[in-house]
Design a protein around this ligand. Sequence first.
Ligand code: SF4
Length: 386
Amino acid sequence: MSRRPDDEEYRGFEQGPIRPPSEAGSLLLRVTRNCPWNRCSFCPVYKGSQFSLRPLAHVLEDIERVERCVEEIRRRSGGGDISRRDFAALRQESSAFDRQAMNAALHWAASGMRAVFLQDANSLVIKPRDLLAILRRVRQAFPWVERITSYARSRTVARIADDDLAAMAEAGLSRIHIGMESGSDRVLARVGKGVDKKTHILAGQKVKQAGMELSEYLMPGLGGRDLWREHAMESADALNAIDPHFIRLRSLAIPNHVELYGEWQRGEFVKLTDAETARELLLFLEGLDGIHSTLASDHILNLFEDLHGRYPEDKEHLEAMVRRFLELPADERMTYQVGRRMGLYRGLGDLADEGRRHQVTSFCRRHGITPETVDMAIDELMKRFI
Ligand code: SF4
């Protein structure tokens, strides 16, 4: 892990490349740059970018700049919604402020200024006392904020003292997003996640014990054809032990600049088809037991975007949705797969829409897609979303 030189100059407000889908409306504050691990074979996000800590003073300066922008936005809007005219004017005038900070503040204001997300991939890697200083400053600058959240790696969380985690929760850190990806030790080792099932469980339990909400991300498809059963069952088992507040699905996609792409091309990793991934997902859902989590499928790469429900009451319903897909006739399943990847369908109910069905069937005809060739076509369509 490389660190920034102490004399690094402040170059203005910064934001990193990603945030969880559920943090689309949040103010993004960059605490560190990139990923201190950066070795997961499926992950394209920070490849080629070096990890660095941002000096505490720079993060505090970012907060102050956004605070000034927010004050100006509130002054113009009289505390209510900002008009389109004021929005455009503030964009124009943002040379009087930090332009990036004003853009971030305007985006945040348009979303209600309810949540703050600390970037990038693992903000909890910084010294606990620095994180506490950032959290306290955020609360001071924006006392109305309902939620402050961050990504964290399980291995990092597992090493943090319980008292420090409790202090972070007390200072306002309210939700941690963890990329669990799998509960199978063999899958985790193969993709270079740098953590095992036991550590995932320990970290998840520590976050909850500290009084924070916990969002765990599962990656359907990551087991490939040889480990799909183990991936499904061990992941369900780990999540049963953690009982997180949220389980979020983000299906495997393999862009051509990640290590896993080479393994796939050489036949060392066999990627699942959509039907196989659905079968794996069903086995995973069947294995979830005794939890009180909300399951969300809020990612464009997922086969079912409307697979959303609470445990235990929605267990049967969620499983039935996936079973229904698996029981569709081959041509109907193909229509759904293509429509979903074209961005036309969110769930199986959309198959009833004749207008969208017409668009999908025309597309299939034009491109010669049949139930036999659909999986190859899907790989191409998926690239648009990676
Ligand atoms: S820890 Fe997360 S951000 Fe870092 S390489 Fe792995 S998946 Fe990507």
